[in-house]
Ligand binder design. Structure first.
Ligand SMILES: Nc1nc2c(ncn2[C@@H]2O[C@H](COP(=O)(O)OP(=O)(O)OP(=O)(O)O)[C@@H](O)[C@H]2O)c(=O)[nH]1
Ligand SMILES: [Mg+2]
Length: 301
C-alpha cells in the first residue's frame, strides 16, 4: 500500500483550518487513492471519529467538500448539525479565497447512511470518482464557486478535525528569559538560606513515575549552575526505572566553587506493580532521614 499522506499543501491546509476554528488541526483518516473509492472503505476508517472534513480534489483544480461536527455512524438517518458547512477553494493561483456555504434554515446537514460522505447536495463515493452535485438539497450553492463545475475527482480525503487547544499559542505564565533576569534568579537561589539556623541546606526530593524526567531535572539544574552541560545522573527510557539507587546530589556552582544551599534527592520511579520501584514505605523512610546516598531498594537486588 502506498503512503497515506495528505495531498494538501501547508498553505491549503491553513486556509481550510481557518474555515473551522483557530486551533483546528487536521489528521488524515482516509485517502481514496489508497483505501479505494468504495464507501465501505470510507466507513471502515471514518465512522465514529468525531468532527470530520471531507476534502475532494478535481481535475480543474478545485478543492471542495464538507465539514460536519458530528460522527459518521451509519445511523440510517438524516441529521442536523448547526456547525456543518460546504466549501470550495479554487487552488489555482496564489490567492486562495475559500467559499463557504451554510445549510438552508431548518434543513438537515448530512445523510448518515451507508453511502460515501453525503451532504445531500454533494455526495461522494457513490459512483467511484464521480461526484453527485444537487444545489438546493440541504445547501443552496453556486456549483461554479464550490467545484468549478467539474465533478470528476482525482482524489478524495477525509480528515478528523482535532482541537489542538489554545495552550500552545498562549503561555500559561509569562517568564522573563532575559540574561539579566536569569542571573538574578540564579543569585537568589545561591544566596538563599533556610529559616531554621540548625538546617544548613534544603533537600529537595524528586518523586514521580518512571521516565518523568527526575534525573534529567537534576542534570539540567547542575548544568545551569556549572556553566556547562553535565550528565552526572544516568537518564534514559526503559520499561522499569533507570535510576535504581537513591541518590543525593549537591548542586555545585563553578564560579564560586561552592556548593549551593540545595541538595537534590533523586529516587527510583514509581511503578504500577507491587514490589516494583519506589513504594510509599520507602518515601516515608527517606523523609525521616533513614535512607543513605546510594541505597538500593529491595526490588532491585
Ligand atoms: N522531551 C523531553 N524529554 C525529557 C525531558 N526530561 C527528560 N526527558 C527524557 O525522558 C527520558 C526519561 O528521563 P529521566 O530523567 O531518565 O527520567 P526519570 O524520571 O529519572 O526516570 P526513572 O529514573 O526511570 O524513574 C529520557 O530519555 C530523557 O531524555 C523533558 O523535559 N522533555
Ligand atoms: Mg531517574
Amino acid at each position: 500500500m502506498s503512503d497515506v499522506r495528505s495531498r494538501l499543501t501547508k498553505k491549503q491546509e491553513g486556509v481550510l483550518c481557518s474555515l473551522l476554528f483557530g486551533s483546528a488541526r487536521l489528521s488524515l483518516l482516509f485517502k481514496a487513492s489508497v483505501h479505494s473509492y468504495k464507501y465501505s472503505a470510507f466507513h471502515q476508517t471514518c465512522d465514529r471519529q468525531g468532527p470530520t472534513l471531507t476534502v475532494a480534489y478535481n481535475k480543474v483544480g478545485f478543492i471542495f467538500g464538507g465539514f460536519i461536527s458530528k460522527d459518521f455512524a451509519q445511523t440510517g438517518s438524516n441529521l442536523k448539525d448547526d456547525k456543518a458547512f460546504l466549501y470550495g477553494l479554487d487552488s489555482r493561483g496564489d490567492n486562495l479565497q475559500p467559499h463557504r456555504v451554510h445549510v438552508i434554515d431548518g434543513q438537515c446537514s448530512f445523510c448518515d447512511v451507508s453511502s460515501g460522505p453525503n451532504f445531500g447536495g454533494l455526495v461522494f463515493l457513490d459512483n467511484g470518482t464521480q461526484v453527485s452535485s444537487k444545489p438546493g438539497t440541504f445547501y443552496k450553492f453556486d456549483p461554479a464557486l464550490i467545484h468549478g463545475n467539474d465533478l470528476n475527482l482525482i482524489e478524495l480525503e477525509v480528515y478528523r478535525v482535532e482541537d489542538s487547544g489554545n495552550h500552545l499559542e498562549k503561555p500559561w505564565r509569562n517568564i522573563d528569559w532575559s540574561p539579566g533576569k536569569r542571573k538574578e534568579l540564579m543569585e537568589s537561589i545561591k544566596s538563599w538560606k533556610p529559616i531554621i539556623t540548625s538546617v544548613s541546606k534544603a533537600q529537595v526530593l524528586l518523586v514521580g513515575p518512571v521516565g518523568a524526567g527526575k534525573s534529567s531535572f537534576f542534570n539540567s539544574l547542575s548544568s545551569v549552575f556549572r556553566g556547562h552541560v553535565t550528565s552526572q545522573a544516568v537518564t534514559g527510557s526503559a520499561g522499569t526505572s533507570v535510576t535504581t539507587k537513591f541518590r543525593t546530589y549537591p548542586v555545585m556552582s563553578d564560579e564560586s566553587r561552592k556548593p549551593l544551599p540545595l541538595i537534590l534527592c533523586d529516587t527510583m520511579g514509581l511503578e504500577g506493580d507491587v514490589n516494583a520501584g519506589l513504594d510509599i514505605g520507602d518515601i516515608t523512610s527517606i523523609l525521616q532521614g533513614h535512607v543513605q546516598d546510594r541505597y538500593q531498594v529491595s526490588s532491585y537486588h
